[in-house]
Write a protein that binds this ligand. Structure first.
Ligand SMILES: Cc1cc2nc3c(=O)[nH]c(=O)nc-3n(C[C@H](O)[C@H](O)[C@H](O)COP(=O)(O)OP(=O)(O)OC[C@H]3O[C@@H](n4cnc5c(N)ncnc54)[C@H](O)[C@@H]3O)c2cc1C
Length: 488
């Protein structure tokens, strides 16, 4: 297209060529103004990261060993296997197991799990909460309110889900097996050689591959190799959490608690130094609870026999409906909450070993995003490896991956810790200002910011509107093609 425009210094008849904007359109500033185009492309199946389009394939299929069969390791196995890599997962446990508690699957993780076919194995077991309700610690009054259904699905292409961990783990496992992933149990890695690369197992045997991915959790052996030294490594935060479940059959016996079961919601009671996060899991049959409190004691001194008694004491004087439910808990586990901060490196200098998941970005669970970050890690890794055409390309691809993922997960570590500050004010001016800053959402008035990070529009779009595959494609595009990352 050419147009004639009058312009000083140029003849009025000289044509100016208006170039078509680069596609997809990308802004250089924070905006949601272009989300409508992203949604349109998704609904048209106009990309090859969606299930509707062709399956993305690696140009150079690799043999990949993943150490750790937790949520992060299995999600990464699925992401890589669906691109044609040959994947073996080594898990130290004799059988696949997850803690008997719940987990939230926010849309930024759900959108990937849907695309990968994992959700087909999980949909029936997942609960879709309608809202997140912040409640005042002393009387349960609603002080913050995020609408999830249908808002999150409409805005972020996937609903907010809550599930039992075992169901999530089993869905990842089923999908991994369908994709040809080999899972070897009872294989404890005791040493990494990042140069070869190879791992030595507890029984003295060793295994090698083109690439080793350590998804070996918060006590990672690999973290020290990719990022020597204490900077960024997980530390005690002074918080601990009790995790427990109560069968709805038991709650039903208390008519004043009927509201807990009427509609599925996430309810969070917040007060000084403590909070209780609750939601239904197991297709709505079980009530999941995470009770967080300040605790500077050494976990090795914790007495398992006193856990229930200590937990009940922590919440004495809180909303009587909450304490009635706490009174129904028969068994609880106590966990120290540790958090790291941004590491410098996730990739060993050889570029043949990298770490991801809790191994490199442990965080307090206050944004409910730890496993979601590991799912995103797996997604981003698969995208950069799809671009690799020869072994010599792997180093630069992995460095781009680590740059994008360190930033994203580091910000999520910060956002998670921020909730620990926002939620835990003692009654007083800060608590009152916080509650006022959430008031508009409770009474249904428009707002441009909120002290509730699930509702705050900027935080919400950053946390839940992030598509790890698209973001990695775009980062690749910026690094290699100049302007934007075309989804190809
Ligand atoms: C109270 C609480 C609530 C949470 N809620 C949420 C939530 O709602 N949403 C969310 O997204 N996240 C949540 N999280 C965080 C989430 O649970 C973790 O981020 C996630 O499980 C980490 O997965 P991972 O695979 O990286 O590590 P892990 O789950 O720790 O898995 C590591 C695996 O590696 C294996 N392993 C370790 N070392 C070796 C070795 N040497 N050889 C072989 N195998 C090895 C282990 O046995 C294990 O199976 C929560 C965490 C807590 C504590």
């Amino acid at each position: 297209m050419s147009v004639q425009v009058a312009h000083s210094g140029r003849s009025s008849t000289e044509p100016i060529t208006h170039q078509r904007p680069s596609w997809p359109l990308q802004a250089t500033y924070p905006t949601q103004a272009l989300r409508f185009l992203q949604k349109l492309r998704q609904s048209n199946g106009d990309n090859d990261i969606g299930r509707s389009g062709s399956q993305p394939r690696a140009k150079l299929p690799l043999s990949i060993l993943i150490v750790g069969g937790g949520l992060g390791g299995l999600a990464t196995a699925v992401a890589l296997a669906r691109c044609g890599h040959s994947v073996v997962v080594l898990e130290q446990a004799p059988q696949l197991e997850e803690v008997g508690a719940g987990i939230q699957i926010p849309p930024n993780s759900g959108v990937l799990l849907e695309r990968w076919g994992v959700m087909d194995h999980l949909r029936d077991r997942a609960v879709l909460p309608q809202t997140i309700r912040f409640r005042r610690w002393s009387n349960g009054n609603i002080i913050g309110l995020t609408k999830l259904l249908p808002e999150f699905e409409e805005n972020f292409a996937s609903p907010y889900r809550v599930v039992h961990r075992a169901d999530f783990h089993s869905a990842l496992h089923k999908r991994a097996i369908e994709l040809g992933v080999k899972l070897l149990l009872n294989r404890r890695v005791v040493e990494y050689d990042p140069e070869s690369p190879l791992v030595t197992l507890k029984d003295g045997t060793y295994m090698s591959a083109d690439l080793i991915v350590a998804a070996d959790g918060i006590r990672s052996l690999a973290r020290e190799i990719v990022n020597p030294g204490p900077i960024g490594a997980p530390k005690d935060t002074g918080f601990a959490a009790y995790r427990a479940t109560v069968e709805f059959e038991k709650i039903k016996k208390f008519p004043e608690l009927a509201w807990v079961m009427e509609t599925p919601n996430i309810n969070i009671w917040i007060g000084e130094g403590r909070h209780v996060m609750t939601y239904p899991i197991s297709a709505g049959k079980t009530f999941n609870m995470v009770l967080s409190h300040k605790d500077y004691s050494d976990p090795s001194t914790w007495n398992n026999d006193k856990i229930l008694e200590d937990m009940k004491k922590e919440f004495t004087g809180w909303d009587s409906q909450l304490t009635t439910i706490i009174g129904l808990i028969e068994k609880a586990m106590k966990w120290p909450l540790r958090s790291g901060s941004q590491l410098r490196n996730w990739v060993a200098p050889s570029s043949k070993l990298l770490a991801l998941g809790d191994a490199v970005h442990a965080m307090v669970p206050y944004m409910s995003q730890g496993a979601a970050m590991a799912v995103e890690d797996g997604a981003a890794l698969a995208v950069v490896l799809n671009k690799v055409e020869s072994y010599s390309d792997i180093a630069s691809a992995l460095h781009l991956f680590q740059e994008e993922r360190i930033k994203r997960s580091g910000q999520m570590q910060d956002a998670s810790m921020m909730n620990g500050h926002i939620w835990h004010f003692a009654d007083g001016p800060e608590q009152e200002a916080r509650d006022n800053a959430m008031r508009a959402e409770v009474i249904g008035q428009p707002f441009v910011s909120s002290a509730n990070q699930w509702s705050d529009p900027t935080t919400q779009c950053w946390a839940y509107g992030y598509d790890a595959e698209r973001a990695m494609q775009e980062a690749w595009g910026r690094a290699h093609d100049g302007v934007h990352g075309h989804i190809s």
